[in-house]
Design a protein around this ligand. Structure first.
Ligand SMILES: NC(=O)c1ccc[n+]([C@@H]2O[C@H](COP(=O)([O-])OP(=O)(O)OC[C@H]3O[C@@H](n4cnc5c(N)ncnc54)[C@H](OP(=O)(O)O)[C@@H]3O)[C@@H](O)[C@H]2O)c1
Length: 171
């Protein structure tokens, strides 16, 4: 996420979908950065009293399925990276404990935050700039348009009806 150099002054999702600019590692970093932008925006839409939302990074973790579905892996992806991750990565249990930490500690301040190494970390630098804030808003609008099929008035309405159901179930 911190290594992403993705910037766009126009549409974000079509740029991300463009095969001409695709590079696997870069795309991974870019999607993590955009995930953080989206989740921080989503968290503004939802009260932490209803749902706590954040982005959690387990850190380099050995023994998971990450990268196992790569088609035609090169030498580094087949041998070097797995050996490196196995040597310096965390156990699955330690990686999973970051998710548990994100769920049960840090209090309400973790809502919309980035949690890594069992603590809240800063957002990527771009998110503190005007350009990043504008991208975050465009990403939100584009995603809402993508999801418009689910509800005539978009997500805001979906959340409202979900909350109404929740309140009715409590009574
Ligand atoms: N491992 C690391 O070193 C590391 C480091 C930093 C961040 N992360 C991040 O941590 C997260 C978990 O990684 P991991 O190492 O546990 O990878 P993983 O073993 O490949 O697990 C990924 C999980 O996501 C599920 N999944 C994949 N595509 C999905 C989809 N379209 N819809 C619903 N579920 C889907 C998979 O389900 P199936 O089992 O059914 O395929 C699997 O349970 C990822 O976001 C990864 O980028 C991992």
């Amino acid at each position: 996420m911190y290594l992403s150099k993705f910037e766009s002054s126009g549409l974000i999702l079509p740029r991300l979908d463009n095969p001409a600019r695709y590079s696997r590692f870069q795309q991974y970093m870019d999607t993590k950065m955009l995930l953080m932008m989206f989740v921080s925006r989503l968290a503004e839409q939802i009260s932490p009293d209803d749902v706590l939302i954040n982005v959690c990074n387990p850190g380099m973790t050995a023994g998971t399925g990450l990268g196992k579905d790569v088609k035609n892996p090169g030498f580094a992806a087949r041998f070097f990276i797995p050996l490196f991750v196995k040597t310096v990565g965390r156990s699955v249990g330690a990686g999973a404990s970051v998710y548990i930490h994100a769920l049960i500690t840090e209090g309400r301040k973790r809502h919309g935050s980035f949690i890594s190494d069992w603590t809240i970390k800063p957002y990527p630098r771009l998110m503190y700039t005007q350009k990043g804030q504008s991208m975050r808003e465009r990403l939100w609008q584009e995603t809402m348009e993508e999801l418009h099929f689910a509800s005539d008035s978009g997500f805001a309405d979906l959340f409202a009806s979900g909350r109404e159901k929740f309140v009715n179930n409590q009574n």
